[in-house]
Design a protein around this ligand. Structure first.
Ligand code: ATP
Ligand code: LTN
Length: 326
């Protein structure tokens, strides 16, 4: 079975875009892959964090992982900083990376733009991400398109080390989301739905209650011609809503276009509200059940033990190949 690894940062507001773009794939991959899903808390501290809030967010994401259907009997779920191999391997890879290639990362360029000086962790973020992946001899990494450059540098680093010390790493493949499956902001369908946008009605968070869901969808930006048709270029708002409807209901876009022929946006939106509420209610209920439970802590603890076993094996091989330690 091929091994899958992916991670989500413990920041608040996990939204429908994260779910349809990432988490839903994580769940689907469990059946025929050996999956490892991580909460990457060490990536989160590349920007300042309040320790209390960070701890809560780690548990929030862990509970959401389980609530959307990641099954700890099938997959390993753990917190990055609980396995020391991530930091260790990150240093070894740092010594094999070049400042030039890291300066070309668009995420670093975006996040350090207009700042006099940027934290080094923001600069070496992709190296830590490569360590996450290579530590588990990962074959496949499901991520959004925005992570393409990071997967490429991970493959470059692994290939470079293998060139010096053959057989050190497995070279992973990225598994990217299809173009068009990107979920856009409800208030501005030319921008992606985002955790950090100020307007809460720009996104639907997985834990939104039915009243908030209804309000956000009814307010969503559409156009004035009133025809439910998929056309990203000319009708980005309604196309985005059709994408969401289709992904959550399993109906094809063309079936939906037929269903709403001759009807207005009002009817369409009212039904979409029901579809979203129906999809998110079980997730919210399961989340509430598990978020403050001992079970959640036990799952993470057991996940860390299992992950650490794999990580230690890799680190032994890596250190041996590099001539490190005794
Ligand atoms: P921010 O909006 O603050 O930049 P984010 O919402 O992109 O953050 P991440 O933690 O960077 O959140 O992403 C987690 C995963 O969700 C990634 O694989 C990312 O590609 C995916 N993702 C994020 N936003 C969307 C979206 N609007 N549509 C589809 N997938 C998304
Ligand atoms: N950079 C990723 C999160 C991330 C990740 C990883 C994803 C950190 N380490 C390893 C896949 C594999 C993001 O921002 N979505």
């Amino acid at each position: 079975m091929k091994r899958v690894f992916s991670g989500v940062q413990p920041t608040g507001n996990i939204h429908l875009g994260n779910y349809l773009g990432a988490l839903k794939q994580f769940v689907e991959l469990q059946d025929d892959h050996e999956c490892i899903y991580c909460i990457v808390d060490m990536h989160a501290i590349t920007v300042p964090q309040d320790p209390k809030v960070l701890k809560e967010h780690i548990l929030d994401v862990a509970a959401l992982y389980l609530a959307v259907g990641i099954d700890p009997k099938k997959s390993i779920v753990f917190v990055q900083s609980d396995v020391s191999g991530h930091a260790e391997l990150s240093w070894i890879l740092t010594c094999n990376s070049y400042t030039g290639e890291l300066s070309r990362m668009t995420q670093f360029k975006d996040k350090s733009k207009n700042k006099e000086s940027a934290p080094t962790g923001l600069f070496t973020y992709p190296v830590l991400m490569a360590a996450d992946i290579l530590l588990y001899d990962t074959d496949v990494v499901p991520v959004g398109n925005d992570q393409k450059q990071h997967i490429e540098i991970c493959r470059d680093l692994a290939g470079r080390v293998n060139g010096k010390f053959p057989g050190t790493f497995v070279i992973p493949d990225g598994r990217f989301l299809k173009e068009g499956a990107r979920i856009m902001a409800l208030d501005d369908p030319t921008k992606k739905m985002s955790k950090s946008a100020e307007n809460i009605h720009s996104r639907i968070s997985l834990l939104d209650d039915p009243t908030k869901i209804k309000k956000s969808i009814m307010k969503a930006t559409t156009d004035s011609d009133g025809v439910v048709r998929f056309d990203v270029e000319n009708k980005p708002g309604i196309s985005n809503l059709l994408n969401i409807y289709s992904a959550l209901s399993g109906m094809s876009i063309s079936d939906l276009e037929n269903k709403y022929e001759g009807k207005g946006y009002g009817d369409f939106k009212k039904d979409l509200v029901e579809v979203v509420i129906e999809a998110l209610t079980p997730i919210r209920n399961r989340y509430e059940e598990i978020r403050n439970s001992q079970e959640l802590l036990d799952i993470l603890k057991e996940g860390a033990v299992k992950a650490d076993m794999i990580a230690q094996k890799t680190m032994k091989r890596v250190k041996e190949n590099f001539g490190l330690g005794l």
